[in-house]
Design a protein around this ligand. Sequence first.
Ligand SMILES: C[S@@+](CC[C@H](N)C(=O)[O-])C[C@H]1O[C@@H](n2cnc3c(N)ncnc32)[C@H](O)[C@@H]1O
Length: 211
Amino acid sequence: MAFSFFMRDQQVLEVAAEHLIRFAAGRSKIRVWDAGCARGQETWSLAMILAERMNPFGFRNLKIDATDHDSKNHFGAVVTQGAYSFRELERTPRELVERYFRTQHDGDREFSQVTELLRQKVTFHYHDLLSLKPVGGNYCLILCKNVLLHLQYKDRVAVFRMFHEALTPGGYLATEQTQKLPPEVAHLFEKAVPDAQLFKRVEQYSSSVDL
Ligand SMILES: C[S@@+](CC[C@H](N)C(=O)[O-])C[C@H]1O[C@@H](n2cnc3c(N)ncnc32)[C@H](O)[C@@H]1O
């Protein structure tokens, strides 16, 4: 089910962006993974929020991996082109649409296309979370919203473990408001804020001492 829309869970996106920016200040590589991006509405929403708030140096170092598995295998083309109907952008603040979209024509059809400034930040990968192999590593932020609820409990636990490994130490994981951390992985993350599902990677220390 690929239901999504621009600026969905805006509060989570904004809190995640705020923490990411503080955490990643001064880093030469700022990697973000949007896991389960559907047709990219969430990816571009986050990209716009970051473009608005990051300083030019930080924004230059930002790279976003957007991933999804879709049975028809067409999300990649949609995300990469960044082309959407005017109707899909109705809930997005006008000033953001004016700054980050351009009207394009294809014959009689008119649509909005994400500007090159944002498109160069995002790479789409076809990816099944259940492969348990991340598309990259050292992420400062992983965003996975309204996806985990579709997975069986044991798979959800395994995916949380994969996210822990794919994050850079101290990096953040954001989920939808209703997602609870399974007890099996509760030691891997700490809640970053009380009012949003934003978690910080906790380091694991071995209690055994090598002599
Ligand atoms: C309801 S949409 C959520 C889209 C977006 N994250 C949001 O919050 O609006 C769920 C997405 O998760 C994707 N998905 C479900 N299971 C997946 C899996 N095993 N691997 C990768 N993507 C998956 C679906 O294809 C769909 O695009």
